[in-house]
Design a protein around this ligand. Sequence first.
Ligand code: NAD
Length: 494
Amino acid sequence: MEKQVVESSRAAFLSGRSRALGFRVQQLKALRKMMTERRSDICEALKQDLNKSGFDAQLFELLGLEGEISLAVDRLAEWAKPRPVEKTLLTISDQVFIQPQPLGVVLIIGAWNYPWAVTLQPLIGAIAAGNAAVVKPSELSEHSSRLLKELLPQYLDEEMYPVVTGGVPETQELLRQRFDHIFYTGGSSVGRLVMEAAARHLTPVTLELGGKSPCYIHKDCDLTIACRRITWGKFTNCGQTCIAPDYILCEPSIQATVVEEIRRTLQEFYGDDPMTSPDYGRIISQRHFSRVVALLEGCTVALGGSSDQSQRYIAPTVLTEVAADSKVMQEEIFGPLLPIVTVSGVEEAIRFINEREKPLALYVFSSSNKVTQRMLAETSSGGVTVNDVMMHYTQSSLPFGGVGLSGMGQYHGRHTFDQLSHLRGCMLRPLALEGLNRARYPPQDPARLRRASFFMLTRVASCPQLSCVWTLLASILALGLLIALLVLLLKGRI
Ligand code: NAD
């Protein structure tokens, strides 16, 4: 079944219809139409999957997708056109450029935490880049998954962009097929399986994984503002956000104030009892519920800590006196637990971060430029936001992706287009000016090598106008020669 779906998607790609920019724009607009017309159904599915509020569904899933579609529609012609590059004297009269080309059939495997955003965002890039795509939403967000399977064929070219639903066996069967790119979002253990399967066909992969994203609060910053922003980023979607701050690093002297500010913010956001707040989410499944609750064992709970299995509810929880080797610090939490680990200052915070795997995101709160510059210069992470959390994700012009164990490859805006294109290097040479080429032909001698190195090592800026200048110079030379010939002719010398 999966095999046939991939074959039919490949047949659609080979038909060539996705090469036309008009087709791609039309499909992108149809996707936007789907989201506008079926907004309330999408919000309802998200409510059932994650108790996501309509507000959050729009803010975190639909708005970003609409922005990405509008950007792609507006900029597609520019992204897809040949990109002139720097030349050398040897290639000065050539056309040298990068031509983005579709890759073929892309497999998109989505995760459940933002089931629409992380599944459709790569699809937008795949469509824009002229690919066919097989879309595999996560089985855990089952309502969204079912709705996507129902809606996508109603709006998009069904053969070109099929949806496959199902769990592990279906995904594994898909992974046995040959694709031209695999775009996976999810945890790192499955990420390894995806990469292994891709290796069998030498298929390139983008792995959007997770990890423990640190949040360093320097004592000089406005703690009220810092804690409000952190509380929002940590507890939205019940902590199930790949770039949520996983834990806080701060000096012991500000720990109590940090806890107090988070407590006040939680009260402001979700009232006395977050369980009754329409704005507070739920854990996706019983398995994840048990996993997150188990992380609480042996911890000092400063705020929250309660849970209700029947609703898969876990209260927004802050943990203090957390040891670096405790269980909650060994894996990505992906739930509403916020440990605070104390450090002696920026120096130790940097060491703490660098001793661990490179995270997907890093957050620094400080009013000192020196502190933030040190953090930027001396650590590594997929992305970083200073004095806020998660906001770098919203900027389509920034590449989004991990580094090291947090993933590979990047996307958003034009970066998705480039990631899912083959950037073909093209050189178009004239058959004329053969004299210039002698320097590289036998018989070999040192003079030819000197000439070759002069021509090859002299770079010429990439400037489309330069070829005009070159043509102009050649025309002036030709005109000069013509005039000289005429003069000689008139004087009767030839
Ligand atoms: P998940 O369980 O939904 O799995 C993701 C996908 O992998 C699903 O489509 C599922 O069908 C497939 N899958 C699961 N087990 C498989 C197997 N054995 N073989 C083949 N395919 C399999 O999602 P998850 O892994 O629980 O997602 C949470 C993780 O995703 C977190 O680590 C989070 O940080 C990360 N994440 C990253 C991003 C990002 O943009 N970098 C975004 C969202 C989530």
